[in-house]
Write a protein that binds this ligand. Structure first.
Ligand code: HSE
Length: 323
């Protein structure tokens, strides 16, 4: 089995490892399945210990209100841990503890954060022979099991910053420049929206005209990041012609929140990942404060409970906390 792996089969070098992995905003308006950004809060933590049995023993989940599956084959942290053990060529297993800081089915990359934390923790336990890009396939397998085969949450959760996904299989990702002074105001309506449901409403085909429009917007988005042009960024982010329009009916308060965010000075606002969280890009912290107040007013008027917070881009990606 070891001949399948480019590294010799490693042994544990630590007793226990804990890793934090961040929330992520996928798509960023126009980059469906190909762009994602890591946030400095909230995030998930995974702790692993070496286990002399094969596989993954899920010892405990906290912070999920009892909602996550405890079957290791259905839990993204366990799947990513298992796939990382396989990638390492290790035949023993790990015991795993998951501490959820992220709300479930909220559009903040909850399943991806758990997967990224677990993959990095297992790799670290065995001396970190794999690099972050080599940890992408285990995380994509985990994501595919629960929400779809896309890497726009797991890649920034692993690498930090804003990541462009050129391809998932084989993994090819590029870290892009992150604009200075980016503050992200977020509002999460208290309604769960599983990613599979939000993907089910998407068109399976688009016209050539739509493809041209969307490609131009994505190109503008990438250029804006490279030249730190927030005006251009704002100009393209809200003009997604394919995915956001198809999901509008699923996201309570989306249009009102976008209008309120702009009125409060935000550069642009849109659906975070598959929703229902809505993000607004701001270029100063006071503007972000004003936007969260405006978001709250929208949901109070709609009679829907919500949570708001302000985040900054998180440049580190999944972070080893202690061993
Ligand atoms: N790109 C994915 C989607 C992200 O929008 O369905 C899900 O978090």
């Amino acid at each position: 089995m070891s001949t399948l792996h480019k590294h010799p089969v490693p042994s544990p070098v630590k007793d226990r490892v804990t890793v934090y992995a961040p929330a992520t905003v996928a798509n960023l308006g126009v980059g469906f399945d190909i762009v994602g950004m890591a946030l400095d809060s909230p995030g998930d933590k995974v702790t692993v210990e070496a286990w002399d049995q094969p596989g993954v023993d899920l010892v405990e989940i906290i912070g999920d209100g009892g909602k996550l599956p405890t079957d290791p084959e259905k839990n993204t942290a366990c799947i990513a841990a298992f796939e990382t053990l396989r990638a390492l060529g290790v035949e023993t297993g790990v015991r795993l503890w998951l501490d959820k800081g992220l709300p479930l089915a909220s559009g903040l990359g909850s399943s991806a954060a758990s997967a990224a934390a677990a993959a990095v923790a297992v790799n670290e336990l065995f001396g970190a022979p794999l690099d972050r890009v080599e940890l992408l396939p285990p995380c994509v397998e985990a994501e595919a099991a629960v929400s779809g085969r896309h890497a726009d949450n797991v890649a920034p959760a692993l690498l930090g910053g804003i990541v462009l996904i050129i391809s998932v299989d084989p993994p090819h990702v590029i870290s892009m420049p992150v604009p200075d002074n980016l503050h992200i105001a977020l509002v999460t309506a208290n309604v769960a929206l599983p990613t599979v449901e939000a993907r089910a409403v998407l068109p399976s085909h688009v016209s050539l005209r739509t493809m041209v429009t969307q490609t131009a917007l994505v190109a503008g988005f990438v250029h804006a990041l490279h030249v730190n042009d927030l005006t251009l960024l704002a100009n393209v982010v809200e003009r997604d012609t394919v995915v956001s329009p198809a999901r509008t009916a699923l996201i309570p308060g989306l249009e009102q929140a976008q209008i309120a965010a702009r009125a409060a000075g935000a550069l642009a606002a849109g659906i975070s990942g598959a929703g229902p969280t809505i993000f607004a890009l701001c270029d100063d912290p006071l503007m972000a404060e004003r936007v969260t107040v405006a978001f709250e007013a929208v949901y109070i008027a709609l009679g829907i409970e919500c949570t708001t917070h302000i985040a900054r881009p998180y440049m580190l990606g999944a972070t080893v906390l202690d061993s």
